[in-house]
Design a protein around this ligand. Sequence first.
Ligand code: PLP
Length: 349
Amino acid sequence: MEANIFNITNLVRENIKSLKPYASARDEFKDFDNEMVFLDANENPFENGVNRYPDPQQTRVKNKLSDLKGVPINQILLGNGSDEVLDLIFRAFCEPKQDTIITLPPTYGMYKVLANINNIEDNEVLLTTNFEPNVDEILKVANANSKLLFLCSPNNPTGNSFSNESVEKLLKSFNGLVVIDEAYIDFSSQKSWLERLSEFPNLIITQTLSKAYGMAGIRLGICYASEEIIAVLNKIKPPYNVNELTQQRALKRILTKNKVRNEIEKILEQRDKLIAKLKLISFIEKVYPTDANFVLVKVDDATKRYGQLIEKGIVIRNRTTQPLCKNTLRLTVGTKSENIKLINALKEL
Ligand SMILES: *Cc1c(COP(=O)(O)O)cnc(C)c1O
């Protein structure tokens, strides 16, 4: 597809095209900071920090992200975790029982769950044995109803980033939207696709504060895309989808950029030490290369080893039922003392 003939309105569901969005009180009057008397939203007027509805457009958080990432604010949408962002993408672009998506297992399970919830067929194209997208096969499977292609890079649970050549070829050749899930990008040695967002009108990038930013508990997912795509998603998002406490904590955390950087460096240092020690465990047959804060390993009997670790009070993820992942375990990199506990427990088995 030529970038210049790409027209987003051809991909939007008919009912969404004609939808008139709900206008909340705070949508109609936006001046938050001034000394106006607010009697428009039926709130309790006694101040306690959260008695007012939150900013539906999360302007302060977006401004900071915009500074940090160099993306204009009208190309950013925030959600209650990336999971909400992904669900909005389904609901905007996929007509139930008619449109389809393409996912590349083994990958993040949520894409398929959201497809099932939204009654959208999921066409699966397995990754190659070295966990890269099978580009030719993906393009063969794609048809006029294929609205979304999910690329998780770095990929969960395999840990690797996809090659730039494969991703670029898919961005240029797939006739729907390409969603690159960059949940682990801050751990990666690869650059974010954000730098090249303006080159690809069909590109949607999702990120999250749940992993490297250490804020899984506040639920904040981020979507970067063209102004046109963001406008469609804004039209259908629940008005107050990101609560006030989340906005406050996210803002504070984004402002302490150096602290986050520091934690990421420590995690990466621990990851490399952990990998070196995992390679010495007799029943670990393979430690897969990783670009994220977790490591996939192949063992003799994943279900047995998983159970033994639980007995020792250590919870990891058994991925043995995933395609191409027989007898694999996924280990999150913890603190130094947690990783030592893990290694000691593995040695004792
Ligand atoms: C953890 C994870 C997310 C994060 O989802 P949130 O809803 O933002 O917590 C998204 N994508 C992948 C691949 C993940 O592993």
